[in-house]
Write a protein that binds this ligand. Structure first.
Ligand code: ATP
Ligand code: MG
Length: 417
């Protein structure tokens, strides 16, 4: 127990972290190029925020939340996704009083009590964006374009974009009735979860992962045949915008998303290259969420992109992520005086911007040279009593095994070449 991390969590060890830095930098860059600002919110929130916003008929709220009572007797939940917190912060800080839109991005850890498997963890990480205040389908197209460009810049070109419209409460009501009419004769064949969904949230049956329910869902009526005029026009507009941007998509009426607050646009970027959990990015519009939480009529649209699944996909399709550059130099010291001089020189070179180390194990010279090899440093800078006397170090170029004397004052110049 003491030396094993909890089930469904993963350490990101130093030899892997460069991959995270790589995609984090790319995401930050592209989000800022699109005019989004970063938001950071707490890891935990009042439980009610999620039961309200995520919806109490969803898997997340019904069985996946990390909820506990804190010492002040409050019900607290570790965030299972990023949207609710961003919405809460937007309302709390009355950002809606400013001219809109508000365009936000974030990177967050999310917590869901799920059955761990490939691409499914209990602690996982998401990149996300949210646009608040814009009703126009330009916003939906913009975030899809942001996700699509980001994935392209990560070297991924085989993700399929699937889009759908889940309508609004008006058209959904009619659709839900049609769905119930369709599933009613098969009610006994549905899985237990879907039997429960039948009354409470029949659209979720279409999203069910059980093979038998999936099969049944194939013949179910399509939401697209039930859209009201406004939702239909919005969907057409979205498609036109995507066409104008040259973004390929497939219309998939079975994408309903797991969350209740979605309206109109729903989309996913999916792949077959990472096994059963093939959705790398999922998002959509949620025009009714702000009202639900804070009685403000502010539309919203956003996505969440799973970083573990992204990295898994990059690995599986062989994207080469550049490894971090090696240290510039190891300062190798012989004797007490050299050690003091070495400390000073190490510090000076670091201050000037070089990546320099001294051996903290106080090995002998042979051990230090071996260490230099292990580190893969470009130069070993050897300082002993003679060198201190002459005011110069022996600089060994580890790649070509050549050595030369360099005055202490010229070290930076030599090493930075
Ligand atoms: P799924 O259908 O895979 O359960 P979801 O609909 O629950 O996904 P969202 O809530 O839309 O997922 O989250 C957005 C993204 O976060 C997903 O597309 C996926 O990449 C990632 N994600 C969701 N749950 C997990 C998890 N348990 N472990 C790792 N990544 C996850
Ligand atoms: Mg899920």
């Amino acid at each position: 127990m003491l030396t094993t991390a909890p089930k469904g969590t993963k350490d990101i060890m130093p030899d892997q972290i460069y991959k995270w830095h790589y995609v984090e930098k790319k995401f930050r860059d592209i989000a800022e190029r699109y005019g989004y600002s970063e938001i950071r919110t707490p890891v935990f929130e009042h439980t009610e925020l999620f039961t309200r916003s995520v919806g109490d008929t969803t898997d997340i709220v019904q069985k996946e939340m990390y909820t506990f009572t804190d010492l002040g007797n409050r019900s607290i939940t570790l965030r299972p996704e990023g949207t609710a917190s961003a919405v809460r912060a937007f309302l709390e800080h009355k950002v809606y009083a400013n001219p809109q839109p508000t365009k936000l991005y974030y990177e967050t850890a999310c917590y869901r009590y799920e059955k761990p498997q490939s691409g499914r963890l209990r602690e996982f990480h998401q990149f996300g964006v949210e646009v608040f205040g814009a009703e126009s389908m330009l916003a939906d197209a913009e975030i899809i374009s942001l996700a699509s460009e980001f994935l392209k810049e990560c070297g991924i070109d085989d993700l399929k974009l699937k889009i759908n419209s889940v309508g609004c409460p008006v058209c959904r009501e009619k659709y839900k009735n049609a769905l119930k009419d369709y599933f009613r004769p098969h009610l006994a064949d549905l899985c237990d979860t879907c039997k429960d969904r039948f009354e409470r949230n029949p659209m979720r049956i279409i999203d069910c992962k059980s093979p038998q329910d999936k099969e049944l869902a194939l013949g179910a009526p399509s939401i697209l045949d039930y859209l009201c005029d406004d939702c239909k026009a919005s969907f057409e507009e979205l498609k036109e915008n995507l066409d104008a941007l040259g973004i390929d998509y497939e219309i998939d009426p079975t994408i309903v998303r797991g969350l209740d607050y979605y309206t109109k646009t729903a989309f996913e970027f999916v792949t077959e290259k990472i096994g059963a959990q093939g959705t790398v990015c999922g998002g959509g519009r949620y025009d009714n969420l702000m009202y639900e939480i804070g009685e403000q009529d502010v539309p919203g649209v956003g996505f969440g992109l799973g970083i573990e699944r992204l990295l898994l996909l990059m690995e599986n399709i062989g994207v080469e992520i550049p490894e971090p550059e090696a240290m510039d130099a190891l300062i190798v010291v012989l004797g007490e005086d050299a050690r003091t001089m070495g400390l000073k020189i190490t510090n000076e070179l670091r201050e000037k911007g070089l990546k320099v180390e001294m051996d903290l194990m106080e090995r002998n010279i042979k051990g230090q040279m071996k260490h230099a090899d292990r580190l893969g440093v470009r130069y070993a800078v050897v300082i002993g009593d003679d060198e201190i006397l002459n005011g110069e170090a022996q600089v060994r170029d580890m790649r070509i095994s050549e050595q030369m004397s360099v005055p202490f004052s010229k070290l930076y110049e030599k090493l930075s070449k």
